[in-house]
Each structure stands twice: as structure tokens, then as C-alpha cells.
Design a protein around this ligand. Structure first.
Ligand code: F6R
Length: 659
């Protein structure tokens, strides 16, 4: 949701800003813009406050819609036009900030696009997040004669800066004075014509990373935008600010204390953030799943025969004393958590309470310090999930973050972290990160089961303690899940390597339907919920998931002739029951599809299915992980058939950093 990019250095900044904005496209946006300041570059002489060859005029271009609209505008009105006829040699724009906006205050129009300027056009600001006290600030500024040109919350920041600078103080003091007045969430970048060459940054609750390039300094709201230029990143934390100059960066807190920051090295490769011959990121990311699972097994599952080694700080006794596990996450990450609930309860005998983060943070959960909160997030920045994590920490509940972005807030603020190692996920619809979350959660369930079983055996031997009671079949589940995980990469490869993974009739049928239902029981219900989300978000077809047994309690009324219902059939002990529910659909002339291993449809009992998506053989508890790539591909192919923008679905953003 919204993207910030900025550069100051010896290079022409505009191409760099446009490339950065294109790399941030996956965050979702509905308008874009840039603000540029001229300097002297090209010959290696940096643009500085002293060496100014052109009038310090801030040039702004912004346009509603996709980036190509901004590019058209820049071709029609090149920034040089605004330099009052100045065409001196060596003058290029060497300092700039850019932004892709996702509308919150005011519709996506040219004037609401960022950057926003003050009345004198001496200050330009871009902003991710939401300023909550914008109304009172705006009224205050209006009463003092400021003129607003947009409906955004961001514009107040430019006018506040204008006032602070008018008192004669420098930008450093003005910047601190202004950020102290803001309430809400913000990542900010600003520049001023009074001090060309500098970019000013501030962060509270919205991510911002700084990188040192070969010939200047960069800032972005996400690491992939920096990958072409640097792997060394400085992550701004809450209440931290910075000034970027062409040849240095200085960091300071909102209180004005100077900070020494150490760069972190990002292990991600540039190729991971490119399409690599695939038509879109989503398909590429689905095809990366076998490699992602292999990477996770190498990291967390050594071949010592001792089970997973997650490097967590808690011993057997600690796990045995846990009263309850809370799972807190949003969207797809929450669906991974729902799947984990079944594993953790069945394999480790630990009660799990599952909540989507937006509900968890507002419902006064009955937390205890003997619980553990599992906080799952690809981006590590989702506002509701982060708030859930902070709530747990405030109540003294130990926290474990399962996160893909190692530099993120959730990774930083969780007491312990397991990284999902999926590399940058660019497509808005989460695929490889979901599979990675499932694998990490399954390994965690195995580790917890092992700890609790060992502790139970020890306590029984000593007698007198409180023994942990594991479900009767937990041993069988544990073995099967463990075996399933080790062959999972090959099984996904086999699935994706098939000539026809998804029967084209299914694609055709779903693509021409208005409503699609997914059903399943147990682990298959968790898989169904995620499959329905994937279909709805990229195809815009209304897709709903139900626990198969719930159908006859209402949803069956929605089934008419030809309504497609996809039944997930990976759990041997539940197949007959779910098939019976699909039969009820068929009796109402619905169109029924099964998803599962070959043996699930081997008997006559399944002969009534209209179509089937077969997954390769794998031990039962791990099968729903293998159903994921099949169901992701199904959604992908239906989206392609309907001609939607697979990587950038309408109205959605990759990283939801506002409540
Ligand atoms: C759907 C999807 C979203 C995210 C959700 C949480 O494909 O990607 O539902 O899963 O916004 O995001 P993270 O995992 O970054 O916290």
C-alpha cells in the first residue's frame, strides 16, 4: 500500500525514481508522482548546496492511474521545461522523491497524487500511512491562511514545514518540530528548495529502508526497489529520522539524538525480484515453491535424525508448560495459521486459538503469560498483525514471529523469529510465502510435539509431575507429517512438471461462473479457505469456502444448476464424508470437482464427480500443502482466462500497513 522512493547523488534521478516506482508496483497504487531538484551531475561532481548551477526550483509531475500515465506526462512536459529557460551544461536533476499512492483521503486524482507542496512550492513531501490528526491540523493551517490543493492528509505536512521554516530555523529543527506534531502512521520523505541535495526522512509505523548506492543515497519503502543498487540497508525504526545527502547519511531520533546505525546485508538476489522468463510474478513464484521448501528443510531440518532444529530459545519443559497457543495473522497468513491449528493440536496436543489479527486486537483476548502467540506475516508490516503482536507483548505473552522479510517490524519486535526464506514475493496474491509458512508451521508442530513427548516421558519416569497428554494418534501423525515434508519438494516438482495440471474444462467452467464454492473438512477446510481467497482476489469471481458439514445448514440454498463446488479430499478418514456432501450438491445439479490423490476417487463412490484435480502421492497430513500449488494454479489459470491483471489485482495492496 503506497510506495516511497528517493535518491540523491551524482546521477540523473528521474530514470532511477521511475525504475524504483515500477519495482514497488506490487504494493498497489492508484496514482503516482515525482518531485525533483536540479543539481550538477554527469561529471562526477555531486550536487551540493554550494554548487548550484540552476535555480533551486522543485519540479513536480504527478498523475492518477498507472505509472505509464506519469511517464506520458513526463514525455509531454519534461522536467527541464520548468527551469525558467535555464539550460546550462551539466545541469540535471540529481535529487528526487517519488511515490505511488493508494487513496485513503480523497479519490485517486492528479491533484491528490503525491508529492504535496506548501504554499510557496519550496517543500515537497511524500507519505505512506495515515495522519490521524489531519482535520485539526488542516483547520489550524487554513485559519492561518494556507491554501490547500488536495484532499489528502499528507498536504498538512508540507504546510507545517513551511511555517516551521518561515521562523528562520534550518530544516533539521523544522523537521523534528513537524514530526512531533503528527499522530498516526507515517513513513515520510521530503525535500526543500532551500537545501537542495538533501532528502529528509521520518518513520513511525510504516516501513522505510535506506541504502548506499555507488554514487549516492537511496530510500525506499521496500527492499526490492533497492536491490539493483545495493544489498546494504539501514532500516529506520519507529521514531527515527534521517537526512540523506549525496555522499553521506545521518540518522537521528525524533528527540534529536544522533544515532549510529549499522547496515544489514540483504541475502535476496536481484533475479528473485524479476520475472525470469515467466509471464508474471505469480506463476514464477508458484514455480519457486520446490526450491523454497528445500531451502527451509536445509535450514531447519538437519539430517541428524533428531527432528527439526529451529534454534528457538525454549526447552522441553517450557513447551510442556504452555497452556495455549494463539495464532494471530491476516489473510493468507491467517489461513496458514488455521492449517497449523489442526497440526499443532493433533501432533503436539497443544490447544490453539485462532484469530484474524483485526479481530484479535479488538476483542480483549483472555491472554496468559503461560501462552505463546504465533504471529505470522509475509511482509512483517501488516498493521493489524503488528498491533496483535504488540498487544501480546504488552500483556507479557511470549511471542514467536513467522516472517518472510527479515528486516521487518514483526521480525524485529517478536521475542523469537522463524524466517520463511521465500525470497521477495512480488505478486500481490501470496503463493510461495504461504507454502513456506505452512512448512515452517509444520516443522514447529513437529518440534513442539517432540519436546512435549520427551517431557511427558521424563515426568512419567520421575512420577509426581504434571504429565502432558498427547492425542492417541499423535505419533502416527508426527511420523507421516515428517515423512511428507521431506518428499514435498519433489512432489511439488512432479505436480508442476505435468503437461496438464488442471483440466481445461475446470478452468472454462469456473471462468464463466459468478459464484464458486470450496468445501473441505479439517485440514482440507483450511486449504479450502485459502483456495477461495486466491480465486476471488485475482479473478474477481465470488468464491466462498465452507466447512463441508456446514453446507446443509444454509449454503446449500445457493446451489443451482451448474454451480461449481470444489471439494478438497486429501484426508483419508474424511474423504467419504466430503464426497457425501459433494453428492448433495450434485443432487441439486451443481457441478462438482474433487481435489486429492488418485486413491481418493478410486472407488465407485466418487464416480459422480464432474472433474478431478489429482495431486501426487504424499503422506496424509502433508497432502494439503501439496494441494496448495494445484489450487493456486487453478486460480491463476482462471484469472488468465478472464484476462485480469494477475500480479496487481484491483483494490488490493501487497503490504497493508494501515488498520
Ligand atoms: C492474499 C494476501 C493477503 C496477505 C495479508 C497479510 O493473497 O497476500 O491476504 O496474506 O494481507 O499479509 P502479510 O502476510 O504480509 O501480513
Amino acid at each position: 500500500m503506497c510506495g516511497i522512493i528517493g535518491y540523491t547523488g551524482a546521477r540523473a534521478t528521474l530514470p532511477l525514481l521511475l525504475e524504483g516506482l515500477a519495482r514497488l508496483e506490487y504494493r498497489g497504487y492508484d496514482s503516482a508522482g515525482v518531485a525533483l531538484l536540479p543539481g550538477r551531475g554527469g561529471d562526477g561532481i555531486l550536487a551540493t548546496r554550494q554548487v548550484m548551477m540552476a535555480p533551486a526550483t522543485i519540479v513536480v509531475r504527478k498523475a492518477a492511474g498507472r505509472l505509464d500515465r506519469l511517464q506520458q506526462l513526463l514525455r509531454k512536459h519534461p522536467p527541464e521545461q520548468d527551469l525558467n529557460g535555464f539550460t546550462g551544461s551539466g545541469v540535471i536533476f540529481t535529487t528526487g522523491i517519488g511515490h505511488t499512492r493508494w487513496a485513503t483521503h480523497g479519490p485517486p486524482t492528479d491533484s491528490n497524487a503525491h508529492p504535496h507542496l506548501d504554499c510557496r512550492r519550496r517543500v515537497a513531501v511524500v507519505h505512506n500511512g495515515i495522519i490521524e490528526n489531519t482535520l485539526s491540523l488542516r483547520e489550524e493551517l487554513l485559519s492561518r491562511g494556507h491554501r490547500f490543493t488536495s484532499e489528502t492528509d499528507t498536504e498538512v505536512i508540507a504546510h507545517l514545514l513551511e511555517e516551521a521554516l518561515a521562523t528562520g530555523q534550518g530544516m533539521y529543527c523544522a523537521w523534528l518540530q513537524v514530526v512531533a506534531r503528527l499522530k498516526g502512521a507515517f513513513a515520510l520523505a521530503a525535500l526543500t528548495a532551500d537545501a537542495p541535495g538533501s532528502i529528509w526522512l521520518a518513520r513511525f509505523s510504516s516501513p522505510l529502508v535506506v541504502g548506499r548506492g555507488a554514487d549516492g543515497w537511496l530510500v525506499a519503502s521496500d527492499i526490492p526497489a533497492l536491490l539493483p543498487y545495493t544489498r546494504e540497508v539501514y532500516v529506520l525504526q519507529d521514531r527515527e529520522a534521517a537526512e540523506l545527502l549525496p555522499d553521506q547519511a545521518r540518522f537521528f531520533s525524533f528527540n534529536g539524538e544522533s544515532l549510529t546505525k549499522v547496515p544489514q546485508t540483504v541475502a535476496w538476489e536481484l533475479e528473485q525480484a524479476e520475472k525470469g522468463g515467466f509471464p508474471d510474478f505469480m506463476l514464477k513464484e508458484i514455480h519457486e515453491e520446490p526450491a523454497v521448501v528445500r531451502r527451509l528443510l536445509t535450514r531447519y531440518y538437519p539430517a541428524t535424525g533428531d527432528g527439526p532444529d529451529l534454534g528457538l530459545p525454549w526447552g522441553d519443559g517450557w513447551w510442556a508448560q504452555r497452556r495455549k497457543l494463539w495464532i494471530v495473522a491476516s489473510g493468507t497468513a491467517a489461513h496458514a495459521g488455521l492449517m497449523a491449528k489442526y497440526w499443532l493440536e493433533r501432533v503436539a496436543g497443544l490447544p490453539v486459538e485462532f484469530d484474524v489479527a483485526s479481530e484479535f486486537r479488538t476483542r480483549e483476548p483472555l491472554l496468559s503469560q503461560r501462552d505463546l502467540a504465533l504471529v505470522i506475516s509475509q511482509s512483517g508490516e501488516t498493521a493489524d498483525t503488528l498491533a496483535g503482536l504488540r498487544l501480546c507483548r504488552a500483556r507479557g505473552v511470549p511471542t514467536l514471529g513467522i516472517v518472510n522479510v527479515p528486516t521487518s517490524s514483526i521480525a524485529r519486535e517478536s521475542a523469537a523469529v522463524l524466517l520463511t526464506e521465500a525470497g521477495p514475493e512480488i505478486a500481490v496474491a501470496s503463493t510461495k510465502a504461504y507454502v513456506a509458512q505452512l512448512v515452517v508451521l509444520a516443522l514447529l508442530a513437529l518440534r513442539v510435539a517432540q519436546a512435549r513427548a520427551r517431557h511427558a516421558a521424563g515426568v512419567a519416569a520421575e512420577a509426581g509431575g504434571t504429565p502432558v497428554v498427547l492425542p492417541e494418534d499423535s505419533g502416527t501423525w508426527r511420523q507421516q507429517l515428517e515423512r511428507g515434508l521431506t518428499v514435498l519438494p519433489t512432489a511439488i516438482e512432479e505436480l508442476l512438471g505435468r503437461q496438464v495440471v488442471i483440466d481445461p474444462r475446470i478452468v472454462e467452467k469456473l471462468a464463466s461462473s459468478e459464484h464458486v464454492f470450496y468445501i473441505g473438512r479439517g485440514l482440507d477446510y483450511a486449504a479450502a479457505v485459502e483456495a477461495a481467497l486466491k480465486l476471488k482476489e485475482i479473478t474477481y469471481i465470488h468464491a466462498e469456502a465452507y466447512a463441508a458439514g456446514e453446507l446443509k445448514h444454509g449454503p446449500l440454498a445457493l446451489i443451482g444448476p451448474g454451480t461449481p463446488v470444489v471439494g478438497i479430499l486429501t484426508q483419508d478418514e474424511l474423504i467419504s464424508r466430503t464426497l457425501a456432501n459433494l453428492h448433495e450438491v450434485k443432487a441439486r445439479h451443481g457441478w462438482v470437482v474433487g481435489v486429492g490423490p488418485q486413491h481418493a476417487v478410486a472407488s465407485d463412490e466418487a464416480a459422480f464427480l464432474d472433474a478431478y484435480i489429482q495431486i501426487p502421492p504424499l503422506p496424509g497430513p502433508a497432502r494439503p500443502v501439496l494441494a496448495a500449488p494445484a489450487l493456486q494454479l487453478l486460480a491463476y489459470m482462471v484469472a488468465r482466462a478472464r484476462g485480469t491483471d494477475v500480479d496487481r489485482p484491483r483494490n488490493l495492496a501487497k503490504s497493508v500497513t494501515v488498520e
